[in-house]
Design a protein around this ligand. Sequence first.
Ligand code: SF4
Length: 284
Amino acid sequence: MEVKKADFLGFCFGVNRAIDIVESELNKKVKLYSLGEIIHNKDVVNSFKQKGLYIINSIPKNLDGKIIIRSHGVGKDIIDELNKKNIEYIDATCPKVKKIHKIVYENSLQGNEIIIAGDSGHPEIKAILGWSTTKCHIIKNLKEFLSIDIDKEKNYTFVSQTTFNKNELKTIINLITCKKLSNITIFNTICDATMKRQEACTKLSKDCDLMLVIGGKNSSNTKKLFEISKLYCNNSYHIENYKEIPYKNINKNTIVGVTAGASTPDWIIEEVIQNVRKFKLYNE
Ligand code: SF4
């Protein structure tokens, strides 16, 4: 019976930091509001709601507490609005995402158009867009990059979503280099945590009969892990918790690999592993 865990999986530094901030504020008995869900994991969000965290989707006129800005960050307009309304807030934006905001803000102020590789519907991308003062192009792959009409007379700044697929990014950067597009300044802003999880997932999925990729269905980095896993292990499943384990596809001989997105806490991973182990034991 074997259940293998990826070398890198689960909570990353940025998510851990945001969770710690929320916990410490809730302990102070401060009335706390999160602008959007604090992380893409409904089990964690529900447990915080029970402890008194309120989720809001826009900034009210007045607030009887503090607002927490989640690790995905927000656009400059939101920060300006909070300051204008004199609402107290705690910025739990991941420092790696903050760095992208700074690049986009400073480069766009210099007149560069911004190219962002990522998912246009994701909150991280919406926040990055909010720091640009110039035109932005959002692309999700090489094909979309090729559809941008690059003007040799203009300067561009290229950044990527922290969870962007590293192989896709490599292809785009190779093309920029081959075409000698020196008017595009590239910043590789994929996060190490994401890369490590993607590499560990690649390695593990090659060795397993079945892969369980644990994380919120709306978690971008979990979806990327699932795509990678499927490339090497046809029998891959994206599950949110132990209740979704595909038992009918597991038997005593199945080598089960387990990985998890950056917003999946240890206790959810352990619950999955324990349940798979128990099931395999009963079937031996
Ligand atoms: S995946 Fe990276 S960028 Fe995103 S929150 Fe975690 S540490 Fe920050």
